[in-house]
Structure formats: C-alpha cells, structure tokens
Design a protein around this ligand. Structure first.
Ligand code: ADP
Length: 458
C-alpha cells in the first residue's frame, strides 16, 4: 500500500497532494506550529505537527523528525517539493535508509548538482558551452582575487552551493571585488552554511532559457521543451513563459538537445531543469549555467503547453515505471506537444511601491480570477486567511494560457485585473506593468529588464 508524505508546505504541497489523490494514493501533510493555519494541512488525508519548538522554517528541515514521523505513519514515498530539503542528498539518503522512496533523483545526482562547479565540469566534459569561470569552489579571498583577474570583468560571484538568487553579486570593476566577495561569502555562509563561492564571466544582455527534462529509472530521458524566465528581480524569477517567444528555432533545438545529452549522461531519473543563458544580441551564443534536480515553481507553464502532468510523472517514475509504459504513457520525443503559450506570474504579498517589502496580516477580502485559460496554484483559504511573516511571500501562481502569444497575454492582463485582494498589499500592479510593457510583449526582455525599468514599480 502506497502512502505519500510531502515534506513541504503551501502551494507545492497541495500541488503534490492533488497528483497523488488522482493516482489513488493516500496523502500526509506536515506543518510547523507557526504554520498550523496553513491550508496545505487541510488538503491532505492526514496532517501532523513536526519540529515543535524548532521554529517555523527549521521544522521543515528536520530530517530525523520527518523521517521518524513518516516511518511511524506507514509512509512509503516522500515528495520534497521545492526549496527546504528538495535538493538535500542527506535527506534523500535518510529516506532510503528508512526504506522510504524519495520522489526525486538519486542522492549522488543531488550531490553533484548541489555543487555548481561540478555541474559546469559535467557540461564541459560533454562539450556543452559554459561561461569562463573557476573550476572549483573558492573560499580564500586572495585566491578569488587571482582567479577574478584571469576571468576579467564584469563577472558574477555565486554561492557554489547556493540557489534562489542568494549569495550572488555582479562586479564591474576590480576595486569592488573585495567588498562584493565579502558580501557574497557572508550571505552564502548564512543562507547555505557554506561560504564557498565561484566566479563566472557576467553576460550583461542575457535571456534565461531553461529546459524541462524528465528521466525514468531505466535510462530513458525526454525533454518537455523550454521556458523563458528572463523576467527576474534580483536574480529571482517573476514571470515565466512556455515556450520561449521569439527565440530562433535552431537555438531552441540546440538547447533541448544538449539538455537531453546532459541528462542521459548521468542517467537522470526524475524531473529536472537545465538552465542556460542566451546572449540576447546573438542567440547563437548560449551557455549552460546549472541544473535544478527537483520540481520547479514554474513547472505549470510546461504542463499546460505539453499536456504532461510533471508531478504525477515524478511519482510514477519513483515507483519504477518507465516513461513510455502504460502508467506514464508519455509520447515519444518527436511527438511531445507544444501547443500555444502559457505565462505564469508569481503573485506575492509584497508592496512594489515600497521596495517590495513583504506585507503580513489578515486577508479581509479575496476574490480570485477564473475563467477560460486560467490556472491557479495557491494555498489561499477563504477571506480571513492570515499571511505570516515566517515564509516566502508567494500567495498564488497565476498561469494564463492562449493558443497565441497575444491571447495568453490578454488573458493574463484580464485575470490580474479581476483579482480583488484586500488586507495585504500585493505585487499585482507591478505584474500588470510588466505584462503590458512593449518590451515584454515583443519578446525583447533580458534578465536586466526589471532593474533597468524603475517605472514598473509605480
Ligand atoms: P540560482 O541557483 O541562485 O537561481 P543561477 O545560477 O540559476 O542561480 O542564476 C540565477 C540568475 O542569475 C540567472 O537567471 C541570471 O539572471 C543571473 N546569472 C547567473 N549567472 C550569470 C552570468 N554568468 N551572467 C549573467 N547573469 C547571470
């Protein structure tokens, strides 16, 4: 008898419960004391408090506590969602040791992808282009200085074991290197418990394009086309689209082919994403930057244009099924659909007019958008839900679909206007400014778009 626990919270926990329920698998939620009103706990068949006294975030990082609870409750599978323990190889190993299947890739792949320099080395081995950069993580500032001079400026300092845009600094001239290095190492140490960084040449006018791949435990790998996640604030994604709009067909093909080659080489065995930067002024020039060995926030847009339920597939793969067997029944590569366009906006409880400061409190009125071409992934209860200061400020993911790019955008615009949220501030006015901007509509945005357009905040 299968039973699935989600070691996560909020919208992604609910997303996984839905897939499991559709497969007839009973579901188990965990929640921190501070998250006891979180809607995800009410969406599972069973829910248990974990990490009492540990704190709101530490509770979801409590490996022994979560594994012990899972064992006690007869759980057979654990899905880690994104963030928290999703890329933690020790957690995946602890699950295996307890006889529980981790719904994700093998632990050694989490180890490898957790070190961005190891991922770069893999790409280089397969002749997939990477930007000039350091071969190994560096901790010593003097060493970092030496390597920086070799790479040249502008360059970007990144936490070697980081993610989520944290621990990153762009350095334009040598005089600034020492200070930025201190900042990045400090941030990396606090956020990831490891100050190691690495340096990479900075590509100033870049598009962030990523390829969704899916592999099974038998060596089969498929790509599910690409997404464009160039609309970012502080290196964090704000709006994601599938497929990319305006990218030359040849480049799209090359990226997807290289992603499959990389994933096949390591016998990648679940859902994962390979991220690339494409030179906006010369798209034939592109570089692999990293691989994320987990489900991503923006998986929704790929699901809509391909018709593949990625989370359902993750569970079935973990159960040992093959991509093209009767349970998953995925199309062969040449026949993976790519229909229309999907655009996802991350609606957050942040105030764009006040430097995106997170807002908290009781939602006194909540009326959602709906209708043709709209998908919502959130964890909002009814009016009266409380937004706490303990977690990230994602309120709901709004995905709009259209058979044509223009129609998808019209629906997104209409849906953003349809929302009525009172009691907390949201970034909706900002998202509307982005969606209606001529550069966004024409597909001309690069990763610097938000930073270079302060008018978007008004
Ligand atoms: P994280 O794991 O924190 O998300 P990534 O390596 O995926 O870090 O980078 C996040 C974002 O930072 C990219 O999408 C891009 O906007 C920017 N970035 C990363 N590396 C470079 C680079 N070498 N040149 C220009 N921008 C970069």
């Amino acid at each position: 008898m299968t039973k699935l626990l989600v070691a996560n919270r909020s919208e992604i926990a609910i997303r996984v419960f839905r897939a499991a329920t559709e497969l007839g698998i009973p579901t188990v939620a965990i929640y921190a004391h501070e998250d006891r009103l979180g809607v995800h706990r009410f969406k599972a068949d069973e829910a248990y408090l974990i990490g009492a006294g540990k704190g709101p975030v530490a509770a979801y990082l409590d490996i022994p506590g979560i594994v012990a609870l899972a064992k006690a409750k007869g759980v057979t599978h654990i899905h880690p969602g994104y963030g928290f323990l999703s890329e933690n190889a020790a957690f995946a190993r602890a699950c295996a040791y307890a006889g529980i299947t981790f719904v994700g890739p093998r632990p050694e792949l989490l180890d490898m992808m957790g070190d961005k320099t190891a991922a770069r080395a893999l790409a280089q081995k397969l002749s997939v282009p990477v930007l000039p950069g350091t071969e190994e993580p560096v901790s010593d500032p003097a060493e970092a200085m030496k390597l920086a001079r070799k790479i040249g400026f502008p360059l970007i300092i990144k936490a070697a074991f980081g993610g989520g845009g944290r621990g990153m600094r762009v350095v334009h001239k040598e005089e600034d290197l020492r200070a930025r290095l201190d900042e990045a190492q400090g941030e990396a140490a606090t956020a990831f418990g490891n100050p190691a960084v690495f340096l990479e040449k900075f590509l100033p006018r870049a598009k962030h394009i990523e390829v969704q791949v899916i592999g099974d435990r038998h060596g089969n790998v498929l790509h599910l086309h690409e997404r464009d996640c160039s609309v970012q604030r502080r290196h964090q994604k704000v709006i994601e689209i599938a497929p990319s709009y305006g990218l030359p067909e040849q480049v799209r093909k090359e990226l997807c082919e290289s992603a499959v080659r990389l994933a096949k080489e390591i016998r990648y065995d679940n859902a994962g994403t390979l991220e690339y930067l494409v030179n906006a002024d010369n798209p034939a020039e592109w570089y692999f930057i990293e691989m994320n060995p987990r489900i991503q926030v923006e998986h929704t847009v790929t699901e809509i244009v391909t018709g593949v339920d990625i989370v359902r597939s993750q569970i079935l793969i973990a159960q040992g099924h093959t991509l093209h067997g009767p349970e998953l029944d995925l199309p062969v590569q040449a026949e993976v659909p790519r229909i229309g366009y999907a655009v996802q906006a991350r609606i957050t409880t942040e105030d764009p007019a006040n430097k995106f400061t997170p807002d908290y409190g009781k939602i006194v009125s909540y009326r959602s958008a709906a209708g043709l071409g709209i998908r919502l992934d959130g964890a909002m209860g009814d009016t009266g839900s409380v937004i706490t200061p303990f977690y990230d400020s994602l309120l709901v993911k709004l995905t709009a679909f259209g058979p044509k790019w223009g129609i998808a955008l019209q629906r997104m615009d209409r849906a953003l206007k349809e929302f009525r949220i009172r009691g907390v501030k949201t970034n909706i006015p900002f998202l509307e400014n982005v969606i209606t901007h001529t550069d966004f509509k024409s597909g001309a945005v690069t990763t610097g778009f938000i930073d270079h357009n302060p008018g978007l905040f008004e």
